[in-house]
Ligand binder design. Sequence first.
Ligand SMILES: [Zn+2]
Length: 116
Amino acid sequence: MKSNSCPRISCPSCLEQIPVDARVCDHCASVQGLEALAGVDPSIRLKSRKLAILFSILLGGLGLHKFYLGQHLKGTLYLLFCWTLVPMVIGWLDAIKTIKMGPFGFAQRYNRGHAM
Ligand SMILES: [Zn+2]
């Protein structure tokens, strides 16, 4: 039932019908979508530096960027003190820090152990 309601596309490799949001073709196991273009292993979710910066600026006061980067304890502290607006300012500083870090520094820090 579920697969019938899901929009389907044809796999560029084997032309079989696969769900539009499939990351790997069911038939020929080829990688689909953006992951295929980037040449990234679809089983690894790399953290995006741009997304982390965006979260820091927009919702840094709620610690969203900390949760995103897997720093749940820090994220909780941001959330607890969000009413003071101090975490919001720290969130902006975090954004500046992440921007200064550069893509390589970011990968070293948050995507360590994954092929880059
Ligand atoms: Zn296929």
